[in-house]
Design a protein. Structure first.
Length: 221
């Protein structure tokens, strides 16, 4: 047997310790708190993670609203996004999947760039859009987990806090969609110049911001 193999058990032990070390942070302050306090805390945290703190996620949701003026189509995309980020958020907080923020954050900005550019290039929603949004939602969920891990979760109310946080995120997303409809889609969505004077410039602006974020997150963070 090669002499270096004797260190293999130590290597495995080190990996196990590293895996434990990267497990989600525990929120000891809410360990013994009533369920209603836990729900309220993480619900507000989820809303705040979108409004006002999640400017990148706001731009992603706004981009989803621009290619189609059909509320059912937009809600379908938003639902796919929610289901996807809920899956990876829970898996990440359970330490089943682990992705470094240095990889996740640039992909999030690229997802915003992709959807915004697609709004400019396409004239109508394609069937693959929902699948793409779902895939990007998986990445965004890892980003949510990175932020949530800074605060942590109570061990005895893990699923309660996760569900409450997701509900808050969903409320934030619905607020963004509602605002876009009230300020943009309903007043001018049926105008012949809607795409030329609204969708194109807004999508171009979002594309520029997302491109800047991608460069910044790849090279300067």
């Amino acid at each position: 047997m090669h002499k270096n193999l004797k260190y293999f058990p130590l290597f495995i032990a080190a990996l196990c310790l590293a895996n434990q070390a990267s497990a989600h942070t525990i929120n000891y302050a809410l360990e013994n708190a009533p369920t209603r306090h836990v729900v309220g805390y993480y619900l507000q945290l989820g809303i705040r993670h979108i409004i006002p703190d999640g400017f990148d996620h706001i731009l992603f949701v706004v981009s989803l609203c621009l290619l189609s003026t059909n509320i059912k189509t937009i809600l379908t995309q938003a639902t796919a996004f929610t289901v996807a980020h809920s899956i990876t958020l829970a898996l990440s907080m359970k330490n089943i999947i682990v992705a470094p923020s240095a990889m996740v954050e640039p992909i999030i900005s690229l997802s915003i760039l992709f959807v915004a550019v697609e709004n400019i290039l396409l004239t109508r929603l394609k069937p693959w859009r929902v699948l793409i949004v779902f895939a990007f939602g998986l990445i965004h969920g890892m980003g949510f987990a990175s932020s949530l891990n800074e605060i942590g979760l109570p061990r005895n109310q893990f699923y309660t806090s996760i569900l409450s946080f997701n509900a808050g995120v969903e409320i934030g997303q619905i607020a963004v969609i509602t605002t876009v409809f009230l300020l943009l889609v309903i007043p001018i969505g049926r105008k012949t110049w809607y795409r030329r004077k609204a969708v194109y410039p807004i999508s171009a602006l979002i594309s520029c911001i997302a491109a800047f974020w991608t460069i910044q997150r790849v090279f300067f963070t």
